[in-house]
Write a protein that binds this ligand. Structure first.
Ligand code: COA
Length: 351
């Protein structure tokens, strides 16, 4: 009799779990946070170290200044500051995080991952930690990864962090690149919900084309060309970039993938409250805006203050819109990224 009762109750429990497994799970953005270092470097400051001018930089890029990390600040330090703010805004305890995903191209060290340093600095233990390298499309790739892992019921609260200390891989003797980049980090807490009304991720589109891998590359220090005196003297541990080609590709690719995600959801850019593109160059942002046919008020531009901060640029922009009360509950945002690889991605988010 007791045995029968036990079997009956265990079957009932099993059925309940089975039902839960079949019901669709959704993903809610619980909180967003960002961090930029204190030190401001203006265009005039740069004109003292390379042959350039404030006028040229502003006209060609829209950048006025950027933030540069202190020499003893690492990428994980920047990421931890952003992560703490995101968790505070999410009202979630750090112990409730069950996975850390970090998008970075400037890991603290080559081995191990930056995520493990973030884990330790946050006082977390044992939860899985994973870095991924897609450069400036890190937000869109990270959202897709987090969404899949939450929807599959493997994880509940994911800390997605994108951060870079680009100043560490910038050639400060190369005027064609050093004017573009800045340091910063952004973080998002994504959590499981069974309530479809709370779903924040409407759709994501990703892509990559390795045929253009040489357009922006840090050539040495990997297995292809390990570090040597020669690679150092040839300045091969800094980013090399074909600016004009990248400009053309960025406009084309970001425009295409934004249009693709809008089309497949039966939406137009004007259905969005905001469009947040990767902040690489004001002229690129404006060309994508024109292609999508949206008014300038709907497009967030933070590049003048921070330059190109890689994957964190879209999160820093989202965070500024939230802080200024422009993104509110129910706001729809199209975010589009583009980066080394080449990689790209677009996501439609609902807050
Ligand atoms: N200050 C003054 N002159 C500069 C300069 C600087 N910082 N950098 C380049 N120049 C000069 C060039 O030497 C060139 O001179 P020349 O005509 O005598 O040869 C001239 O300015 C024009 O250079 P060009 O490269 O054609 O300028 P541009 O209008 O394409 O702007 C970038 C250059 C880099 C700003 C622009 O191409 C760009 O933003 N590209 C995309 C980069 C990007 O997004 N990278 C990250 C991808 S995630």
């Amino acid at each position: 009799m007791r045995l029968k009762k036990l079997i009956f109750s265990s079957n009932r429990k099993h059925k309940k779990i089975g039902k839960m497994k079949n019901s669709k799970r959704f993903v809610k953005i619980l909180g967003v946070g960002s961090y930029v270092p204190e030190k401001v470097v203006t265009n005039d400051d740069l004109s003292k170290i390379v042959d350039t001018s404030d006028e040229w930089i502003r006209a060609r890029t829209g950048i006025r200044e950027r933030r540069i990390a202190a020499s003893d600040q690492t990428t994980s330090d920047l990421c931890v500051c952003a992560a703490r703010k995101a968790m505070e805004n999410a009202s979630i305890a750090v112990d409730d995080i069950d996975l850390i995903l970090t998008g970075t191209i400037t890991s603290d060290v080559v081995l191990p991952s930056t995520s493990v340093f973030i884990q330790t600095k946050l006082g977390l233990k044992n939860i899985p930690c994973l870095d991924y390298n897609v450069a400036c499309s890190g937000l869109q790739y990270g959202i897709e990864l987090a969404r899949s892992l939450i929807e599959s019921r493997r994880y509940k609260n994911i800390l997605l962090v994108c951060g870079d200390k680009l100043s560490a891989i910038t050639d400060w003797e190369d005027r064609s690149t050093c004017i573009l980049f800045g340091d910063g980090a952004g973080a998002i807490v994504l959590s499981a919900t069974e309530n479809e009304e709370e779903n924040s991720i409407i759709d994501v589109v990703l892509g990559a084309n390795g045929e253009h891998s040489e357009l922006i590359i840090l050539p040495a220090g990997g297995s292809r060309e390990p570090a040597s005196e020669k690679t150092v003297s040839e300045r091969k541990h800094f980013m090399k970039m074909s600016g004009r080609d990248l400009f053309r590709e960025a406009v084309k690719i970001m425009g295409n993938c934004a249009q693709e995600i809008l089309d497949r959801n039966g939406m137009s850019a004007n259905d969005m409250d905001f469009v947040v593109t990767h902040q690489a160059n004001w002229r690129i942002i404006d060309a994508v805006r024109e292609r999508l046919g949206v008014s300038p008020e709907k497009v967030c531009v933070t590049i003048e203050k921070y330059g190109n901060t890689s994957a964190s640029s879209c999160i820093i922009a989202l965070d500024s819109l939230i802080k200024n009360g422009k993104i509110v509950r129910g706001s729809k945002v199209l975010t589009v990224g583009f980066g080394a690889g080449l990689t790209w991605g677009a996501a439609i988010l609902k807050f």
